[in-house]
Design a protein around this ligand. Structure first.
Ligand SMILES: [Zn+2]
Ligand SMILES: [Zn+2]
Length: 88
């Protein structure tokens, strides 16, 4: 990871969990970085912040899988990314 990537990730993580914030209405939930996979590439993938539960938990994006996650919460990864990018 380059220094500028790390700074970018830190900025995004500081926003807090994007699902908690934009969809559930909880501010500043401590979050970790989730890479959005587009065409299977991880390098330079766009990232959003998700709290440990919404990231790796049973009700999170990896627990449910993206399709189920998007159905349950009525949002999409791309929508969370768009809202995240508005804030940084
Ligand atoms: Zn969350
Ligand atoms: Zn992830």
């Amino acid at each position: 990871m380059t220094k500028s990537e790390k700074q970018h990730y830190d900025k995004i993580a500081r926003i807090g969990c994007s699902l908690c914030k934009f969809v559930l209405g909880y501010d500043d939930t401590p979050a970790e970085i989730h890479h959005i996979r587009r065409s299977g590439k991880r390098f330079n993938a766009p990232v959003i912040a998700l709290c440990p539960e919404h990231h790796r938990g049973n009700t999170g994006i990896h627990g449910y899988g993206r399709k189920q996650f998007e159905r349950v919460y009525g949002t999409t990864e791309e929508a969370l990314l768009a809202k995240t990018l508005e804030l940084i």
